[in-house]
Design a protein around this ligand. Sequence first.
Ligand code: HPA
Length: 266
Amino acid sequence: MKDTLDYIDVFTDSFAPEIGIVLGSGLGELADEYSIQSIPYAQIPGFTKSTVPGHKGNLVFAEIHNKKVVMMQGRNHFYEGHSMQDITYPIKVMKKLGVKHLIITNAAGAVNKSYRPGDFMIITDHINFMGTNPLIGDNDNSLGERFPDMSEIYNKNLIKRADAASRILGINLKHGVYIAVSGPTYETPAEVKMFRSMGADAVGMSTVPEATVAHYCGINVLGISCISNFASGISSNKLSHEEVIEITDKVKPQFKELLLLIIKSL
Ligand code: HPA
């Protein structure tokens, strides 16, 4: 950790961000626009490199509405073969940098049949269906406790701010439960049916590890899913990563406005 922080410090001149943002599939543009300093993950000691098309891999420092922000432009996924510890390491780094609020974004499939591609969903709670947990292993007591409470991972105050921002922008923001799977396969129709009966509204392959670790560290978490497709079995279309990218590309401008307004309100 010290190596990582020393390296970042040299590049950012002791920049102390209060807001962290994880930008998911096709949503990384905000970082390009506001970047003051961008460091490729591959250069940062302790970070692992992203391997997925549509996911850049940069840690980007920016000032937005007079607030200091650090953004992950792209993230690493469990299905790439990275460990849970590697995936969540940047969140621990954000904590050490002083981040108080973390906005996590992702692309997700609609499990709830009333959702449509292009909708946005505030994550009110999640189901960890990844088969493992990012906090398995020795506990770092300087970050959080051994058996962390998970009764309110997603911060209610931040959800209120997101709702207010969406009303101003005329965006119909859904509220729902996100279920995380390991991937890389999309789900079978039977799995999606099961997830619906379990109370899930959207399914994806990320976010839960980062949200878990951030909450454990005492960071306020806001999660926003961009619904990029109907989950398997809802429509007769086959799922493809291209479809996910196409939809996120389309809603990108609106998503950016939403994020900017939320940041302004913090
Ligand atoms: N399933 C899992 N992950 C996803 C999906 C999906 O349908 N869409 C975007 N990420």
